[in-house]
Every structure is written in C-alpha cells, then in structure tokens.
Design a protein around this ligand. Structure first.
Ligand code: OFO
Length: 171
C-alpha cells in the first residue's frame, strides 16, 4: 500500500512523463518541418519512451493497490530557433526530470518505502543515460554550427535509433 504522500508524488510524475512525451512529439513534428527525418524519428522514439515511463509509474501505482489519477498535460512549444536550441531545451528539461526523480527518491527514503526505492532506482540510472545522450548530441550540434553537411550526417545517424518496447508491452 502506497503512503498518501508517495501516491500523490507518483501521480504527478505520470503527468511529468506525459508532458515530456508531448514535448518530444512536438519536437519530432518541428524536425519533420525542417526535412530532418532522422532527428524527427529520434524524437518520436524519445516520445514513445517517455510514454512508457509514465506507464511504468501508472502500473506501479496500480500494483500497490493505488489509483492513478490523470491531470491536464501542459501544452508544449511548437517551434525552436534551431536544432541546437531544441536539444538545449531537451537537456534542461531532462535535468529538471532528474531533479524530480531525485526528489521522489528522497521522499521514498523519508517514508521508508522500500518498494518505491527499488522501483525508482531504474529511473535514477535512466536519467544518467538520457542526460549523457542528449548532452552529447547538443555538443555535436555546437561543433557542427552552420555546416549543413555535418547536420545531414548527424541526421542520418540519429535516424537509426529504433524504439524497442519491453516484452509484453506495445506503447
Ligand atoms: Fe526523459 O525521462 Fe522520463 O523519466
């Protein structure tokens, strides 16, 4: 059984993950509008992963006998000044998500909720990977600058990313 405070915080995290998914899908659409199909595909995969993150919280709440509650998802931006500006926003966004996950872990520790701590451990590691991946792409975009051939090479590379749903899930 989840404690009230943990249930409330986990419900808010579902909303944060759905907002991340919506933001990245909006970025995917932005990249499509620039004919950068590899970037668009990378962002679409990212959006699918965020939806899965939200579902992980949803499923954890129900498996603990709680009821997930949906809230309005904040409207994402639709346009960015450049691919670099979009990735810089993703990095800031993910740093904010990391802070939220850390706050959830602090709460689970304070409430002595061991199941929640084990559940959150996956997200702690995932955030390290996400910040590294996004920070790496932002750095490369800075190096590329206005060199369009560099941008198209990176686009081809990012287009290779595929979404692999975990066994038994088809988000
Ligand atoms: Fe981008 O990560 Fe979810 O939690």
């Amino acid at each position: 059984m989840l404690k009230k405070k943990v249930l409330k915080a986990f419900n808010s995290q579902i909303n944060a993950e759905l907002h991340s998914s919506s933001l990245y899908l909006s970025m995917s659409s932005y990249f499509h509008s620039l004919s950068l199909s590899g970037f668009a595909s990378w962002m679409r995969v990212q959006a699918q992963e965020e939806l899965l993150h939200g579902m992980k919280f949803y499923d954890f709440i129900t498996s603990c006998g709680g009821r997930p509650m949906m809230e309005a998802v904040a409207k994402p931006e639709a346009d960015w000044e450049s691919p670099l500006a979009a990735f810089e926003q993703v990095l800031r966004h993910e740093e904010g998500i990391t802070a939220k996950i850390n706050a959830l872990m602090d709460l689970a520790i304070a409430e002595q909720d061991h199941a929640a701590k084990i559940f959150l451990q996956w997200f702690v590691s995932e955030q390290v990977e996400e910040e590294a991946a996004v920070g790496g792409i932002a750095s490369r975009l800075r190096l590329i600058g206005k060199d369009s051939s560099g941008l198209f090479l990176l686009d081809a590379e990012l287009g290779k990313r595929v979404f692999t749903p975990p066994a038994g899930q088809a988000a």
